[in-house]
Ligand binder design. Structure first.
Ligand code: SF4
Length: 387
């Protein structure tokens, strides 16, 4: 695979535009490969595949935070994120097959970031000392960009810890470079040995658009399944890429045909640089629900969630006046399963934009210790009184 990090190599983009985009790439890393470039329809300036990897001037708009979910606050050891008792994330690689323009972890690709550790020994030690950790997600960056030997050492290290039952690998390589799976017999052998009938390894694939499901991509998924992986897909709702019911429906359908279940759909985090990719909560909900009406039951198992600092929050409903949310996972165990009823706001993109009318279980909005909701209370109360 030939990787491209120099925008001047993209001669399909006019020279003046390339010059402008270099300012974007100077702030947020740019990298793509020739296979993925080949999927772009250059005749279409709004082509979703182009939008996914080619810098956009609007990224420079001053908006959002680099670490919008405050992930770094959950890092007890370099390269480890531990937010929920049973689950640990190992950030073991800081490179990806290409860089998605909407990435919520783009800070990891910046020079001064030290949240990733390519030496996972301290992370493995941390996990080994905590019997409550049953579930480990290898992430980054993209773990499948590591050599098979290195990945093998990490997986073998995890398999040697008796209380780790589930290993997940989060990767967009099935979309960016399918041959990374189908073309590496040693990797497939590693999966065959380590993904057993008793303990499967889960590949958390990341397809955003049905056009990424090319023949080589489907062959990569088939090779992974054949080697014993369980494979699911998860992706964000991204403006101009997949925020359309038919696009999502086709993605769900074709993944289900290939034996891959859609797991989470993510509401985009308010991450710096991501303004052009944001969708509102109401729009995302409508798109997902409309997509689900067009597919069979197997293809519509996904949950639409916000990975908020306070937990994973499912967007469960929208009516004329309200947005209904539920904690699917909560950082504070007291909020586990808790419902939040919010005033409907068609411009809101994130939980912090919403006014919470009622968090079942009582009290102020549970994700903040301060009383930031007080200034919003009269409006919330008025709405409550109005029924
Ligand atoms: S593959 Fe994942 S981690 Fe890498 S740039 Fe894309 S979204 Fe970010």
């Amino acid at each position: 695979m030939r990787y491209i990090t120099d925008l001047d190599k993209l001669t399909r983009i006019p020279p003046l535009e390339r010059e402008r985009l270099k300012q974007v790439a100077a702030r947020y890393a740019f990298r793509v490969n020739d296979y993925y470039l080949g999927l772009i329809d250059w005749q279409d300036p709004a082509d979703p595949i182009r939008r996914l990897v080619i810098p956009d001037q609007e990224e420079l708009e001053d908006w959002g935070a680099l670490d919008a979910s405050n992930e770094s606050a959950n890092s007890p050891v370099r390269g480890v994120q531990h937010k929920y008792p049973h689950t640990v994330l190992l950030l073991c690689n800081e490179v990806c097959g290409a860089y998605c323009r909407y990435c919520f972890r783009k800070r990891l690709f910046m020079n001064d970031n030290d949240e990733v550790s390519t030496d996972v020994s301290a992370g493995l030690e941390y996990i080994a000392q905590r019997p409550q950790v049953t579930n480990v997600l290898l992430t980054g960056g993209d773990p499948l960009l590591m050599s098979t030997r290195r990945l093998g050492r990490i997986i073998e290290g995890l398999r040697a810890i008796p209380h780790v039952q589930i290993i997940r690998i989060g990767s967009k390589m099935p979309a960016f470079d399918p041959w990374r799976i189908s073309g590496d017999p040693a990797l497939l052998d590693l999966f065959r040995r380590m993904s057993t009938p008793q303990q499967r390894i889960y590949l958390m694939a990341h397809f955003d658009h049905p056009r990424e499901l090319t023949e080589p991509a489907l062959e990569g998924l088939a090779a992974g399944l054949d080697a014993g992986l369980a494979i699911v897909n998860q992706n964000p709702i991204i403006a101009g890429i997949n925020d359309h019911p038919e696009v999502l429906a086709e993605l769900f359908r074709r993944l289900s045909f290939a034996g891959v279940a859609q797991y989470y759909l993510f509401q985009g985090r308010p991450t710096a640089g991501n303004k052009p990719f944001e969708t509102t909560i109401v729009h995302s909900y409508r798109v997902v629900e409309e997509a689900k009406t067009r597919v069979s039951g197997l293809a519509k198992r996904a949950r639409l969630v916000m990975s908020h600092e306070s937990g994973k929050i499912e967007i469960v409903g929208v009516d004329r006046r309200h947005i209904y949310l539920r904690y699917h996972r909560a950082r504070d165990p007291r909020n586990e399963g808790r419902m939040l009823v919010c005033r409907r706001d068609d411009d809101a993109c994130w939980l912090d934009d919403l006014v919470v009318i009622e968090g079942l279980g009582g009290g102020r909005p549970p994700w903040r210790d301060d009383d930031h909701s007080a200034s919003r209370a009269p409006a919330a109360q008025a709405l409550s009184c109005a029924g």
